[in-house]
Design a protein around this ligand. Structure first.
Ligand SMILES: Nc1ncnc2c1ncn2[C@@H]1O[C@H](COP(=O)(O)OP(=O)(O)OP(=O)(O)O)[C@@H](O)[C@H]1O
Length: 711
């Protein structure tokens, strides 16, 4: 059982005379000197511009190393393991070789296998270690060390590096998430380092470090799977505000091959243009749309039939069977537009063969009707000249077999013939994804045909929605755009991987991390899955915090329609953020939300009891303004957030300029030193309101205040 702890006295700090501090200061000075030397060497190498592709690849590697070295300035070394055999190693943000020959590391990268006991060794399972030391630094100065004996006689606590952890947890919040490499806990480390094949769904209550785990896992995978740097990792969050909150974690871990996005921004060129009702969002998020759209787009393919083309004024029929063969060849394993490009190539080939054949027939008849042949070929040439194209195969050339050049010229003429292109366009038009989707969504008969599971009322809701894109349209549009494919083959653009990847709908990421994954609809999951063909996914979330309108109440219901049985689950059980005093309030709320789970266990007390005040509707904005100001003063240097029912946001925002005022949904994933929850009863009456209230109550690291509205 975890005993909540308020402070630890054995964390040695602020005393530079302590021998442990002196030892570690010496080591850290050495490590920084080594880092400076390595950084200077990389800078020198980079000063010489790349000359060829091989050099360019090396330069990319050097740039990455430079980023690593630069970002490691803060907390370069944060730990030390003393082994039972008397040896010891220091653990840091990045690995530093002792010498240039890459022999023994001076500092071991936290992601290296040898560093693992730092996160997982216990007195009962010491893993060959005798002591774990956390080293706290400010800049390059050592300000504290915290030692944990790992011999079997030592007391076994639940937390790893308790002193350092509690120090980190009770520090003032800056509004930006920081790294937790120094204090990752055992159950977190297990997920960070677990196998990356297939989808891993991590369930954890509020404050259990799901975001921490997802981001550190990305850094871990990029370190251990070097090919990922070239493929990129997609990090999906619930909102731009959330992405901003976590923005510095991965760069601080030296990682640059990461593309942050929300489901709304995942499809290049498409943006949300309007809001929509929860009812419609739920309908349009259902898994049924994937087969519906697949069948609908397939129905847009042309039906085989006779085709006829004019080349040089002569008729060239393409019988239905040949068209069918060409269509079959084109559509197997290709999206619609790639199939169309393949089909056009095939038609050009067939026409070239036919024209060549006809020329050769004419040549074969040369002896019997030379004069007549010349006349016909010249007449054809004259007509093609009128259209400004030239075959080069003129009547005067008709003195033998057609050369390869002649055939190429005929093909080139066919490929650029506007009449042929127009005929193909008629037969197989280019489809615009948005128009194609719109056509389906506004047509009751098409919906009845392709989305037979929808009721008449549901179809009426879908067809009655306006044309501008709502959030639930983005995954549908993404599915249609994928089924149709690009009209032209995609072009690479942008110098940096992150820019190139973000610009492409069809970029195949090496890994995807999804935060607040409980909010994703089945169609959003499909959209994610299309971006990671390997299915290497880490999704973290709390099913009890779900606010989205989907009907699922378990991970099975949420992901089964998309992943089937092929996913694993991990669990996080300890709440690091929210103090025990506040977590004690959450169990009844969770029950009212219809959950059978229990809230995660808090690891610490803040020493501040949650409080409640009441206010009438008229008093409420003034009371909230005053209380928020008091909290800001009390937690000076930290942060305060106000959470209120959506209907009260406009008034409160106007009253509290400069204060963060959010709905429960917007507050998801965020945290402050102090949170003021306004009109909790009002939050509870919103859709999925008890889940929202659960989110609202669990956002503070220190103090929770509530303002109840009374009439
Ligand atoms: N091992 C750790 N060391 C230091 N801080 C940690 C650790 N684990 C979690 N924290 C801190 O606890 C807080 C909550 O973590 P995080 O936001 O990752 O939780 P979460 O499970 O995503 O929460 P929620 O679902 O409520 O958004 C953050 O301030 C985070 O930095």
């Amino acid at each position: 059982m975890t005993v909540p702890i308020t402070a630890r006295e054995d964390f040695v700090r602020e005393s530079t005379t302590h021998p442990a501090l002196r030892d570690e200061q010496e080591f850290i000075d050495r490590a920084h000197a080594r880092r400076d030397t390595l950084l200077a060497a990389v800078e020198r190498e980079l000063a010489a511009a790349p000359r060829d592709d091989v050099e360019a690849a090396r330069v990319t590697g050097l740039r990455r190393r430079r980023a690593d070295l630069r970002h490691a300035e803060q907390g370069l070394v944060f730990g030390r393991l003393d082994a039972a055999d008397g040896s010891s190693r220091h653990i840091g943000r990045i690995g530093l070789p002792e010498r240039d020959d890459d022999s023994e590391p001076l500092v071991l990268d936290w992601r290296a296998a040898a560093a693992r006991p730092f996160y997982t060794a216990t007195p009962l399972d010491p893993q060959g270690q005798q002591r774990r030391r956390h080293i706290r630094t400010r800049g390059r100065e050592v300000v504290g060390v915290d030692d944990e004996p790992l011999d079997p006689e030592a007391a076994a606590g639940e937390l790893v590096g308790e002193g350092a952890l509690l120090q980190a947890l009770s520090a003032r919040r800056t509004g930006r998430m920081g790294t937790a490499v120094a204090t990752l806990q055992r159950e977190q480390d297990e997920i960070v380092r677990s196998d990356s094949s297939g989808p891993l769904i991590v369930q954890g209550g509020p404050g259990t470090g799901k975001t921490v785990v997802a981001l550190h896992r990305v850094a871990y995978l990029l370190f251990n799977r070097p090919e990922l740097a070239g493929q990129g990792v997609l990090v999906l969050g619930p909102s731009p505000r959330f992405l901003d909150y976590i923005a510095q974690v991965l760069p601080a871990l030296g990682e640059t091959s990461v593309v942050p996005a929300t489901c709304d921004t995942l499809l290049p060129g498409a943006a949300v243009e309007r809001e929509e009702s929860r009812e419609l969002a739920e309908i349009k998020g259902r898994a049924l749309w994937q087969p519906t759209l697949t069948a609908y787009i397939r129905s847009l393919l042309p039906a085989p039939g006779d085709l006829e083309f004019l080349v040089d004024g002569e008729r060239y029929p393409l019988p239905a069977q040949r068209v069918r063969d060409a269509l079959d060849g084109a559509t197997s394993g290709r999206d619609v537009h790639a199939a169309r490009r393949w089909f056009i190539d095939k038609v050009h080939d067939l026409l070239t063969d036919a024209v060549v054949e006809r020329h050769e027939e004419l040549l074969a008849g040369m002896e019997t009707g030379f004069e007549e042949i010349l006349a016909r070929v010249d007449a054809g040439q004259a007509r093609s000249d009128d259209r400004g194209v030239h075959s080069g195969a003129t009547g005067v050339d008709v003195d033998g077999e057609l050369t390869d050049d002649d055939v190429e010229r005929i093909r080139a003429r066919i490929c650029s013939d506007a009449g042929i292109a127009a005929r193909i366009d008629d037969f197989w038009p280019v489809y615009d994804a948005r128009a194609a989707l719109r056509r389906l969504l506004q047509d009751d008969a098409l919906l009845r045909e392709f989305a037979g599971e929808l009721t008449g009322d549901e179809r009426a809701l879908v067809t009655g929605a306006p044309a501008p894109l709502a959030p639930s349209d983005i995954p549908l549009l993404d599915a249609v755009a994928t089924l149709l494919g690009a009209v032209d083959p995609p072009q690479e653009q942008g110098e940096f991987l992150a820019d190139r990847a973000a610009a492409r709908r069809d970029w195949a990421y090496g890994h995807v991390a999804v935060d607040e994954a409980q909010e994703l609809s089945a169609m959003q999951w499909h959209m994610v899955l299309r971006r990671v063909p390997s299915r290497s996914i880490t999704a973290v979330g709390d099913i009890d915090q779900t606010e989205a309108p989907h009907r699922h109440t378990s991970w099975e219901e949420a992901v089964q329609p998309v992943f089937g049985d092929r996913w694993r689950r991990g669990d996080l059980t300890i709440c690091y953020r929210t103090p025990r005093e506040v977590m004690a309030l959450t169990e009844p709320v969770l029950k009212r939300a219809g959950s059978s789970s229990v809230p995660p266990r808090a690891v610490r007390d803040s020493g501040v009891e949650p409080w409640v005040v009441t206010a009438t509707d008229a008093e409420l904005p003034g009371t909230v303004g005053q209380l928020a100001a008091e909290l800001a003063a009390r937690w000076e240097g930290g942060t305060v957030g106000v959470i209120a029912p959506t209907a009260r946001l406009t008034t409160l925002r106007a009253r509290l300029p400069g204060t963060v005022v959010l709905s429960a949904g917007e507050a998801k994933g965020l945290e402050w030193d102090a949170a003021l929850v306004v009109d909790p009863d009002g939050i509870a009456t919103e859709p999925r309101g008890w889940n929202g209230l659960y989110v609202a109550l669990t956002r503070c690291t220190q103090e929770l205040g509530r303002v109840r509205a009374v009439s």
